[in-house]
Design a protein around this ligand. Structure first.
Ligand SMILES: C[S@@+](CC[C@H](N)C(=O)[O-])C[C@H]1O[C@@H](n2cnc3c(N)ncnc32)[C@H](O)[C@@H]1O
Length: 274
């Protein structure tokens, strides 16, 4: 396993920053080297020099997305960082269910920005089903976006290893998942009544967003950690504009808006309200 030379890593870091806002610090050099070596062994490129030249001159969008997949991390899980779901139950669904708060057209829009392979948006849909009685009478939708082609594809297929459900409540699993059979033995599929609530799209968070909102809730978790401070500040300000009044933004529990000069009000660690 060879390590990328400093100049090569700098070229990679520059592409990653310009295209996707990713801040590849030197600490990532070994990880990126390992992933690239593995990729190059199976590719048509002789070596890293040839691959970098290809990326910098003739690569099309699909080539670039393959490269993005080599740099990014898709780790995710169902009901990850439970405290965000608890907050939504307490402060969003309960007042709606009680009728203390009303919404014009009974419209609810949630955005899972950087949804990875899908557990986050499907968890959001299951959670709404659990905590908003009569969800079918609401105009409820979860938009799930990510830049990674492979992640988006998995999110659309919505089939996961059974192992990913280990920490979930059995009753919830029985209601919202279907057991895979035959060649899908050992897998579970998201049940149709949850699947239909989620729309999966590919989106680079750095690009213009082809939707106007307003959103009620945005989950943008465990992605800003890869961006530098000015990129985070721009992203958070755009999300602020996309939320309706009282809209909720959750970021990863290892992330924070502090130092970004945002207009959000902090309501609990990593949860913010417009
Ligand atoms: C660690 S996963 C987080 C998944 C999920 N939000 C969670 O917390 O479990 C980070 C995701 O961010 C996505 N990502 C990174 N940079 C992005 C960008 N510029 N635009 C859109 N998605 C991006 C990656 O493809 C990856 O799926």
């Amino acid at each position: 396993m060879t390590t990328l030379a400093t100049g090569q890593f700098e070229r990679i870091a520059e592409i990653a920053m310009q295209r996707w806002g990713l801040n590849l610090t030197d600490r990532k050099r070994q990880l990126v080297s390992n992933r690239l070596s593995k990729f190059l062994r199976k590719s048509r490129f002789e070596n890293i020099t040839e691959y970098l030249e290809h990326l910098e001159s003739e690569a099309d969008d699909d080539d670039m997305l393959v490269f993005f997949d080599l740099l990014s991390t898709n780790v995710t899980s169902f009901f990850r960082e439970r405290q965000h779901f608890d907050y939504l139950e307490r402060e969003f669904y309960t007042p709606l269910a009680r009728g203390d708060v009303t919404k014009p057209g009974r419209r609810i829009r949630i955005w899972s920005a950087a949804c990875s392979t899908g557990p986050e948006p499907y968890s959001l849909a299951m959670h709404a089903k659990e905590h908003l009685p009569d969800l079918d009478s609401w105009d409820f939708k979860v938009l799930a976006t990510d830049l990674s082609n492979s992640a988006i594809e998995e999110a659309r297929i919505a089939m996961y290893p059974k192992k990913m459900l280990e920490n979930l409540d059995g009753a919830l699993v029985r209601k919202h998942f279907r057991r895979g059979t035959g060649s899908n033995e050992g897998m579970v599929k998201i049940a149709p009544h949850i699947f239909k609530l989620v729309t999966v799209r590919r989106l680079n968070l750095m690009d213009p967003w082809p939707f106007r909102g307003p959103f009620d809730v945005i989950f943008c978790r465990n992605v800003m950690i890869y961006f530098d401070q000015p990129t985070r500040a721009r992203l958070v300000s755009r999300m602020y504009d996309l939320l309706g009044p009282g809209g909720i933004l959750a970021v990863g529990s290892a992330e924070t808006l502090s130092g970004l000069n945002s207009k959000f009000r902090t309501v609990q660690p990593s949860v913010y309200v417009k």
